[in-house]
Design a protein around this ligand. Structure first.
Ligand SMILES: Nc1ccn([C@@H]2O[C@H](COP(=O)(O)OP(=O)(O)OP(=O)(O)O)[C@@H](O)[C@H]2O)c(=O)n1
Ligand SMILES: C[C@](O)(CO)[C@H](O)COP(=O)(O)O
Length: 231
């Protein structure tokens, strides 16, 4: 039998910047919580995948009825996103060359087309691949007073998005090495880069928003509604 695609969804964050009464993944967009939208998008693209969902051990809001996958498991998240992903990797019986895709629960607007595109790049590139988008604005460096101190060249600058995908052995080695070097990475690609391997940047849709601040909720609602109208 073909090896499964492993999907890791870190969902153990507290949503501090959202400052809501519960973690942002449990806030509603339309009729459903953000987490459910995200899991449904992933399932629409990869119904046969094996999902590993990282949850806060003290989580009070999760409902297993939201999980559309037939193969899935829950693991306890850690104190940082990187720790949550490492806990998931430690819990799965993957083969070294199996493909592992990591996607933030806080990105419910990822498109099925981009998910498929990323998978094809993960298969082609031994160092893995990530969805990303080229920076579109003029980039400023603030000085100590908060004034615009300098304008930075934007050539070659991209925003890193998720999913990000790698072979199991490479991802485990990269994160283990990062932890050993006390390097706190905010995405998986950073850990792989630190090994001297360079994941492929895959140009993704600009509406793959990470819901982070309160005003992102209205934006995410509008994106989902527009995607629904255009489907
Ligand atoms: N210890 C942590 C921290 C974050 N995450 C997850 O990592 C993703 C990206 O993190 P971010 O958007 O920063 O979410 P939060 O940590 O919840 O937000 P904040 O930084 O505002 O507290 C989210 O899906 C979040 O649930 C996680 O699984 N475990
Ligand atoms: C992984 C990520 O979504 C890439 O943009 C992001 O780094 C995670 O968010 P955080 O705010 O840095 O925790």
């Amino acid at each position: 039998m073909k090896n499964p695609l492993w999907l890791i969804v870190p969902a153990a964050g507290q949503g501090r910047r959202m400052a809501a009464a519960k973690p942002k993944q449990y806030l509603a967009l339309g009729e459903k919580p953000i987490m459910r939208h995200t899991l449904e998008r992933l399932h629409a693209a990869f119904p046969e995948a094996h999902l590993v969902l990282c949850l806060d051990p003290d989580d009070q809001w999760f409902d297993p009825g939201w999980v559309p996958f037939s193969r899935w498991q829950r693991v306890d998240g850690g104190s940082e996103r990187m720790d949550s992903v490492m806990q998931a990797l430690a819990a799965i019986p993957a083969e070294p060359e199996d493909l592992v895709m990591v996607h933030d629960v806080a990105r419910p607007c990822v498109s099925v087309a981009d998910l498929g595109l990323l998978l094809s790049h993960m298969q082609m590139h031994p160092a893995g691949a990530l969805l990303a988008m080229p920076v579109a604005d003029t980039m400023k460096r603030a000085d100590d007073s908060g004034a615009s101190g300098a304008t930075e060249p934007r050539d070659g600058l991209w925003h890193a998005l998720t999913p990000q995908g790698f072979r199991f052995e490479l991802l485990c080695r990269a994160l283990d090495q990062a932890r050993a070097n006390q390097l706190m990475v905010t995405d998986e690609a950073s850990a792989v880069e630190a090994l001297g391997q360079y994941p492929r940047l895959v140009s993704g849709r600009r509406d793959n928003l990470k819901v982070t601040h309160p005003d992102d909720l209205a934006l995410a609602n509008a994106i989902l509604a527009a995607q629904q109208r255009n489907s």
